[in-house]
Design a protein around this ligand. Structure first.
Ligand code: 0O2
Length: 259
């Protein structure tokens, strides 16, 4: 049937465009669904890494508590954890030349799950590292000892890449994590150096780098001195009375188990 007037023509036109709009909307919804699926997949991946952090954190807390109850002191002063942000993951993947896929992330990034363990003394770093990596379910993948071999800028820390199993309802995932272990003094230097590095407009970068290196040397000396004082006290037999010994044991008995 021929259209009667202009009004009819208009309604015919809109009838013709309707299916296209529906098609466009359909495509939009499909795109949104695909995007959401990718986001949910990423969320699930991040869940795996965040659980790995929890597993390793618990292991470290147990070691610290055991040492506290048996030896009346804590080798670990604090534990900090972080899940790498999506932006940092994308940035690192791009820098390494990998496409942003789940497989590539899992196979090529070691530090999505990150733990920083701050110890009181240098010896504590190796004590904790050995106790952690000798556990049956922990596998040491890589060790970088920036304490034995500091970075040229003065950075010092022990870095371990480990795997830990994470048990889910239907699957066990073996997950990689980076554990950085350092003394309070090393952490103080690294934190400030990190902050300074990101400050713009440094007019005299070489002079600043030189000063930072000197600070690192002073800190390294202080760490060694503190360690040797601690070792000297530990290795010198005390002159405690029977009463002192009993009170010391009572203090150990009274320690909270922190359950
Ligand atoms: P963020 O935000 O702290 O995680 P890789 O991770 O293996 O590709 P690299 O450099 O070979 O890279 O690893 P390495 O040497 O083990 O260092 C990784 C992390 O150590 C860094 O993570 C820092 O946290 C820390 N780090 C290394 N060098 C320095 C340094 O000179 N100064 C400070 N303050 N920290 C350092 P990210 O990914 O850089 O950042």
């Amino acid at each position: 049937m021929e259209p009667q007037n202009n009004k009819d023509l208009k309604s015919l036109e809109s009838l013709e465009t309707l299916p296209q709009e529906i098609l466009n909307q359909d495509a939009l919804l499909k795109n949104a669904e695909m995007l959401l699926d990718t986001m949910l997949d990423f969320k699930e991946l991040m869940l795996v890494y965040s659980c790995a952090i929890k597993e390793i954190r618990t292991k470290l807390e147990i070691l610290n508590k055991e040492f506290e109850v048996k030896n009346s002191r804590n080798p670990i002063s604090s534990i900090h954890t972080r899940l790498k942000s999506q932006t940092s993951i994308m940035e690192k993947m791009a820098r390494k030349g990998f496409a942003f896929t789940r497989d590539n992330i899992e196979n090529n990034l070691n530090d999505i799950a990150g733990l920083r363990v701050i110890c009181s003394y240098i010896d504590d770093i190796y004590l904790i590292a050995d106790a952690l990596t000798s556990q049956d379910d922990i596998e040491l993948i890589e060790k970088k000892d920036y304490i034995e071999n500091p970075k040229p800028n003065g950075y010092r820390s022990l870095h371990l890449i480990v795997t830990v199993p994470v048990f889910f309802s239907d699957i066990t995932k073996i997950v990689r994590a980076e554990v950085q272990i350092r003394t309070i003094a090393m952490d103080f230097w690294a934190s400030l150096e990190h902050e300074i590095k990101y400050k713009k407009h440094i007019k005299n970068p070489e002079e600043i780098a030189d000063k930072l290196k000197k600070c690192s040397d002073v800190i390294s000396y202080t760490d060694s001195m503190m360690q040797s004082i601690r070792s000297e006290i530990d290795n010198t037999p005390g002159e405690s009375s029977e009463e002192d010994i009993i009170f010391e044991k009572l203090k150990r008995y009274d320690k909270s188990l922190g359950e």
